[in-house]
Design a protein around this ligand. Structure first.
Ligand code: GDP
Length: 325
């Protein structure tokens, strides 16, 4: 058996002991684009795999301002009070544009940051969604090996990233606001379909009545969808993250979901399905990247585009020709 690099072995030992510094350093290796770092990262992930998987992975999404960080802090504190170890990770595909992560920002969750049983990691920035997704998936494995039993993945509700996040979690929670005018029309069908629970936040003060009304609307809308493969009926709840209200109910719902899906085997089949999805996704991305980055293809592609413009070939014939190269 080949002996691991001593630095790598130290990091692995540290992770298994739940040492946060080792965990953070290993995540930095996972996030690096440096070849040598990636090699080390892969060795660490491989060692961690047998100890991974023993967690519940929860995705949380919502538009900016809906209260994600307020909610995650309160929810996270509640979970650690139950004796759970909570890791919060962020998927932020826009970070390459906004220069720096807007999610998982430590200053936003001060109480949770100080909690010994919580670990908050801002999103890897400056990469494609595919790159961010890979890093997040691998970071989940490292966190689980370090003993974190509840993994929260936060993302902004802007489209693509929700699909990525829902494909790496067991339970997908959509945070909404009442009276944002999108109860019925604006709710993007796909996102609603992905949700295992819709939580209407800021149900406090003058907003309570509107929140209750929104709950009725969402309940009605959800019943129009066909039954999910998990046979789980998505739930609609209201909460006030600010006033710490409705938080326990949300955890109860998630526990109920886990009980149901573990019993009917959907839990395992969903995770297997996700692994297969990411395998295929990664291969597709890699093939595409290799293809379009080839100098030969770049040159020939330009030529074929010109030929198409001159009506000397069709896009299909051109594609076939390029692929045959
Ligand atoms: P994020 O952008 O989704 O992370 O939203 P934040 O957690 O930063 O919250 C945005 C604003 O909404 C902040 O000013 C919060 O104090 C406020 N907020 C969050 N949750 C609640 C809530 O339950 N009730 C009320 N009234 N305000 C809230």
């Amino acid at each position: 058996k080949r002996k691991s690099h001593p630095e790598v072995q130290n990091l692995i030992d540290g992770i298994f002991k739940g040492d946060i510094t080792s965990l953070s350093r290993s995540i930095t290796l996972v996030e690096s684009t440096h070849k040598n770092h990636l090699k080390k990262a892969n060795a660490i992930i491989k060692a961690c795999l047998p100890k991974a998987n023993n967690s519940i992975r929860i995705g949380i999404t919502g538009v900016p301002g809906v209260g994600k960080s307020t909610f995650i802090e309160v929810f996270g504190k509640y979970l650690t009070s139950l004796g759970k170890k909570v890791a919060v990770l962020a998927v932020d595909p826009s970070s390459s544009l906004t220069k720096g992560s807007i999610l998982g920002d430590k200053t936003r969750m001060e109480a949770l940051v100080k909690d010994k049983n919580a670990f908050i990691r801002p999103s890897a920035s400056g990469e494609s969604l595919g790159g961010v997704a890979r890093k997040t998936r691998e970071t989940i494995i490292l966190c689980e090996a370090a003993g974190f039993d509840t993994i929260i993945i936060e993302t902004v509700g802007v489209g693509q990233s929700e699909i990525a996040v829902s494909s790496m979690v067991d339970f997908f929670l959509l945070l909404k606001l009442a009276g944002a005018g999108d109860e019925l029309q604006g709710i993007k069908r796909g996102i609603i379909e992905m949700a295992d629970a819709i939580v209407i936040n800021k149900a406090d003060g003058d907003n309570i009545k509107r929140a209750k009304l929104a709950k009725v609307e969402f309940d009605r809308a959800l019943h129009l969808y066909p039954e999910k493969e998990s046979s789980w009926q998505p739930k609609v709840l209201t909460c006030s993250a600010l006033h710490h209200e409705g938080i326990e109910d949300i955890w109860d719902i998630i526990s109920e979901y886990k009980n149901l899906t573990v019993t009917n085997n959907h839990w395992t089949s969903k995770r297997n399905h996700q692994n297969k999805y990411w395998l295929i996704q990664t291969i597709e991305n890699q093939l595409k990247e290799n293809f379009f980055n080839s100098d030969k293809i770049k040159k020939e592609l330009k030529l074929q585009i010109k030929l198409i413009e001159e009506q000397k070939t069709t896009p299909f014939a051109a594609a076939e020709h390029l692929l045959s190269l």
